[in-house]
Design a protein around this ligand. Structure first.
Ligand code: MG
Length: 287
């Protein structure tokens, strides 16, 4: 099922999308973080009851928010995690890079409030230069994960969403850490929904793409991750308890603005669309 957070009559609520995506059935949970913690049987019976209640709202009557508008913790991100980059490295120096399994780069993306679908990416004039986009598959953890083996990792995943890891390239590179350049307000668009894990075969092999003002930029598939989702969960949970609602952004494929010559950075007015098969399209405008 596809789960959303939305505003209706000024109130925030969670719901499940209809099969055709044209309507949303309200669910009786205070927010998405609370919903994620509900035992699966109870969630399924709540969904069943909501669908029978006849209280569905047309999607046009509501305003979608990010599925988890206020994450309980910062987003855990993977840097350089697509094989296209590994292939480039191997092409550059086969002896140095061939068959080597790189050690994952983990970093934290601060997010006080995630940007809604159709919401605004903030350009921070005067502070930010070289604003860039990164379409990513984000994994939502469903139950407390500690010392989880890769073979069991799928059992800990609640679902998946689309995340744009918006990046200020100059800030990202002049500071030794990426925290500031990737954690600014308005830098974490997320959505439009969470597709629950039962609807996506594991490991996910989904088309992932992005467009800027309609121009294709990124086009790949999520089975090309260098460090797999199972290995990420095993490694992180070996020393870090992952709580329900934890968001892990799994990295971006080739085709970001800094990858072009000359680079194609974002400017106010640009419309960025990030799409993942089976989840949907996250569309945001730079302001
Ligand atoms: Mg990224």
């Amino acid at each position: 099922m596809k789960l959303v957070t939305y505003l209706h009559d000024g109130k925030e609520a969670v719901g499940v999308l209809s099969e055709d995506g044209a309507a949303v059935c309200p669910l009786p949970f205070p927010d998405m973080n609370a919903l994620i913690e509900v035992p699966r049987e109870r969630l399924l019976s709540a969904v069943d009851a909501a669908e029978k209640a006849g209280t569905a709202l047309a999607l046009s009557e509501v305003t979608l928010l990010a599925p988890i508008p206020r994450p309980r913790q910062d987003v855990i991100c993977l840097g350089i995690n697509y094989k296209a980059h590994a292939a480039e490295a191997e092409k550059y120096n086969a002896e140095a890079f061939k068959k080597e399994r790189p050690i994952p780069i983990y970093f934290s993306k601060r997010v006080s409030e995630a940007v809604a679908p159709e919401g605004f990416i903030e350009s921070h004039p005067g502070l930010v230069e070289r604003l860039d986009y990164e379409a990513e598959l984000a994994v939502i953890i469903g139950k407390t994960a500690k010392n989880v083996k890769a073979a069991d990792a799928a059992d800990y995943i609640f679902g998946y969403t689309v995340l744009n890891d918006v990046s200020a390239r100059l800030l990202q590179t002049i500071h030794k850490q990426w925290y500031f350049g990737k954690g600014l307000d308005g830098f974490t668009p997320m959505g439009p929904c969470i597709t629950t894990a039962d609807k996506i075969a594991f490991p996910p092999a989904l088309g992932i793409s992005s467009r800027v003002n309609g121009e294709p930029r990124q086009d790949s598939t999520t089975d090309l991750l260098i460090t797999s989702i199972a290995d990420i969960i095993e490694e992180l949970s070996s020393g870090m308890t992952l709580l329900p609602g934890t968001i892990i952004a799994t990295g971006t494929p080739a085709g970001v603005g800094m990858g072009f010559d000359p680079p194609k950075f974002l400017k106010p007015g640009d419309v960025v669309e990030c799409s993942i098969e089976g989840i949907g399209t996250l569309r945001n405008t730079v302001r």
